[in-house]
Write a protein that binds this ligand. Structure first.
Ligand code: UDX
Ligand code: UDX
Ligand code: ADP
Length: 482
């Protein structure tokens, strides 16, 4: 293998492939980076002024390199033929039918990308799996490639999982905690690892590039996501105890997080985690354990998912109970539909499930999100797994252009996403538009609850009890200690 590369290709122009290749192109002017995709629409968007995904600073990075050393194309075969190194960044959804349905990852897109490479490659390639995949996927890719290999062509398959989080993709890519590269423990394997490492060394300190065997690398990615999801389920489980006892989950999180062995990050209680990775990867882990005949370990990780679903149900049940046990025909405002702030992505968003429960009870839901398009919300709420009466959804759901219109004549306001702009809304104006008593359910511990209660709102949030008498107490206490 040549130590220095000149052309690389990325199959899959999604949330992972697009931003990571844009950053590689920016940091490696000596490389030509081509991102290819089956979807002509996606590629057109990448080549336009309106990129297919919203990510802070992504625009400037793409604009700086596009047409120079960064190209987006539907010519998959040309991309593969010309590249010395190929990233596979295709989607790996959870299987919806057959063995492992609902848990195992569907590798059909990975397999078809691997078969395509085997078919068109005319010289040796380093193939890098970047999509999060079940342990031993690199082996499957390797098997497909070697079963279809042409004379004179050799392959090295590496695992290089991506740890970027949506909403902070560019910052994460520019300053990764670490880059993980897994390869075969052979001479050729380690040459391939060096070649990939060379790309990252353009901007990542060498000591932050960790190399290991392929299976460790694949499992590490699943493990990291499972640990992160577990922390959120742990603090969410605490929030239920806090609500029952009068403890305050933010205070508990702060106290626990100051233990240097635990650390302060990822301890924010919420209405539940979402996103394309956590649920999928934990379920993958559960399925892996079942296949390996480790039922106790499978049950341990399954609990992380169960608590997350419980948290969404519990939160919505509190809304119904507070609104005098019926929300049928009541108007409820939902602020935020994305699975977290600074992204338009709604995959596995807690908001989908909160809305589902509200709609099941016959409520009228008025939704506002700063970034998620109307069609996306409607298609999420009409998915077969969410409703068996999709025709009712357009009757019951209104998508609003701003928070104030969404609050019109509503009984309750429900915060599902922690968008910054929700902190600076004019809540007096919102209060005036709402029916009384006006409720706020803060599913993200985002707002100034004291200020809201002073306006007259009845406020409920995750992991603490708030009511007017308690609020007075809080205030007296705060005054006496200040
Ligand atoms: C623990 C808490 O650390 C301490 O803050 C609290 O006040 C009392 O309980 P202790 O039980 O004395 O302290 O020891 P600790 O170092 O926490 O170890 C507990 C057990 O966990 C030991 O058996 C230790 O061997 C084991 N352990 C610890 C592991 O198996 N793996 C680890 O990574 C860390
Ligand atoms: C995650 C991992 O962080 C990333 O390393 C991996 O590559 C992909 O999966 P992502 O899903 O994009 O990234 O976002 P993340 O910031 O991890 O948030 C996931 C969900 O957890 C969001 O719904 C978020 O709101 C929620 N969350 C996060 C909490 O509820 N509390 C927290 O303390 C942190
Ligand atoms: P991720 O979040 O993992 O990046 P996305 O769904 O955002 O996933 O993106 C994956 C992309 O991969 C999609 O745009 C899809 O069209 C593309 N894709 C899937 N299979 C192939 C394939 N065999 N060849 C080229 N592109 C593919």
């Amino acid at each position: 293998w040549k130590m220095t590369l000149s052309k690389i290709c990325c199959i899959g122009a999604g949330y992972v492939g697009g931003p990571s290749c844009a950053v590689i192109a920016q940091k490696c002017p000596d490389l030509t980076v081509t991102v290819v995709d089956l979807s002509a629409h996606r590629i057109d968007q990448w080549n336009s002024d309106t990129l297919p995904i919203f990510e802070p600073r992504l625009d400037e990075v793409v604009k700086a390199c596009r047409g120079k050393n960064l190209f987006f194309s539907t010519d998959i075969d040309k991309g593969i033929r010309e590249a010395e190194l190929i990233f596979i960044c295709v989607n790996t959804p959870t299987k919806t039918f057959g063995w492992g349905k609902g848990r195992a990852a569907d590798l059909k897109y990975i397999e078809s990308a691997a078969r395509r490479i085997a078919e068109v490659a005319q010289n040796s390639k380093i193939v890098v799996e970047k999509s999060t995949v079940p342990v031993k996927a690199a082996e499957s890719i390797s098997n497909i490639l070697s079963a279809n290999v042409k004379p004179g062509v050799k392959y090295q398959v590496l695992s290089n999982p991506e740890f970027l989080a949506e909403g902070t993709a560019i910052t994460d890519l520019l300053n990764p905690d670490r880059v993980l590269i897994g390869g075969e423990p052979t001479g050729e394997g380690s040459e391939a690892v060096k070649a990939l490492s060379w790309i990252y060394e353009h901007w990542v300190p060498k000591e932050n590039i960790i190399t290991m065997n392929t299976w460790s690398s694949e499992l590490s990615k699943l493990a990291a996501n499972a640990f992160l999801a577990q922390r959120i389920s742990s603090i969410n489980a605490m929030s239920a105890i806090c609500e029952a006892t009068g403890a305050d989950v933010d205070e508990v999180a702060h106290a626990v997080g100051t233990d240097s062995r635990i650390g302060p990050k990822f301890l924010k209680a919420s209405v539940g985690f979402g996103g394309s990775c956590f649920k999928k990867d934990v379920l993958n882990m559960v399925y892996l354990c079942e296949c390996l005949n480790l039922p106790e370990v499978a049950a341990y990780w399954q609990q992380v998912i169960d608590i997350n679903e419980y948290q969404r149900r519990r939160f919505t049940m509190r809304i119904v109970q507070s609104l005098f046990n019926t929300i049928t025909n009541k108007r409820i405002t939902v602020l935020g539909f994305a699975f977290k702030k600074n992204t338009a992505d709604t995959r596995e968003s807690a908001a989908i499930h909160v809305c589902k429960y509200l709609l099941d009870e016959g409520a009228h839901v008025q939704i506002y999100d700063p970034k998620v398009p109307r069609d996306q919300i409607m298609s999420d709420l009409t998915m077969a797994e969410i409703t068996d009466q999709p025709e009712r959804v357009p009757e019951l759901v209104t998508i609003c252009p701003n928070a104030y219109e969404a609050a019109e004549k509503s009984h309750a306001l429900v915060i599902c996403t922690e968008w910054d702009e929700f902190q600076t809304l004019d809540y007096q104006r919102i209060y005036d538009k709402m029916l009384k008593p006006a409720f706020i359910f803060d599913g993200r511990l985002l707002l100034d609850h004291q200020q809201l209660m002073d306006i007259g709102f009845k406020v409920e949030t995750i992991g603490k009890r708030l009511n007017r008498d308690q609020a007075k107490l809080v205030r007296t206490h705060a005054n006496s200690t200040s």
